[in-house]
Design a protein around this ligand. Sequence first.
Ligand code: KIV
Length: 275
Amino acid sequence: MSANAPSSRRLSPPDILARKGGAPIVCLTAYTTPIARIADPHCDILLVGDSLGMVVHGLPSTLGVTLEMMILHGRAVQRGSSHALLVIDLPFGSYEEGPEQAFRSAARVMQETGAGAVKLEGGQHMAETIAFLVARGIPVMAHVGLTPQAVNVFGGYKVQGRAADAARVRADARVAAQAGAFSVVLEKVPERLAREISEDIAIPTIGIGASAACDGQVLVIDDMLGLFAGFHPKFVRRYAELGQLADAAVAAYAEDVRARRFPGPDHVFADDGPG
Ligand code: KIV
């Protein structure tokens, strides 16, 4: 069980906010019930990220992810968890038009999944939307730095906030905090900037590729388990190689079937007897 966390109830956005400057906040993405069951006891936050578009659905980016996909996976993760705060990404196109559109999308996500909060990408240009949602009962996690839904504007998944660009990312985080976000993801920003922002703002920073100076960390679970082949970001530590294990297991099964070694005597049913 994670530090500071009572086991009898789900963590809430105020619980996460109260962790500012305290024990590091542990966050992982989850997209399915079985993975949520594994991650939930160890995590403070389970994020149903729109990375599921690439990780689960094989899309080339997060841009093709819909609200319906987020709700479907959000419900699955909700069923597999009882401890961690459940946060669900608002996907591209579901909130950028303005506060009212964002409210409609976020309210659907909250009502249909039981999530405790939503995450949206953006700082300064999302300030009005964040304040609008929070005032209407929807806790918001912001996401600044590399915001993958803007990959086409950035021209790739590049580090954000180097040199003169630091002021933009710093202002994004500051304005998101002032607008009422309860935490902010800092993605792929230099260590020095991540430290400055974490010291500067009053809400927890959750880093991904943003150093241990942040108040917490998030990773895409398939990346850290070695399940998502073909993508090895520098900021990921691989804690397991489940892709290799699964490959070996499937190969062994295929060999057994072809050699008629499976099913064996333990896997068949007699004319009478149990089962
Ligand atoms: O979509 C996602 O998984 C995310 C995290 C990586 C922060 O936004």
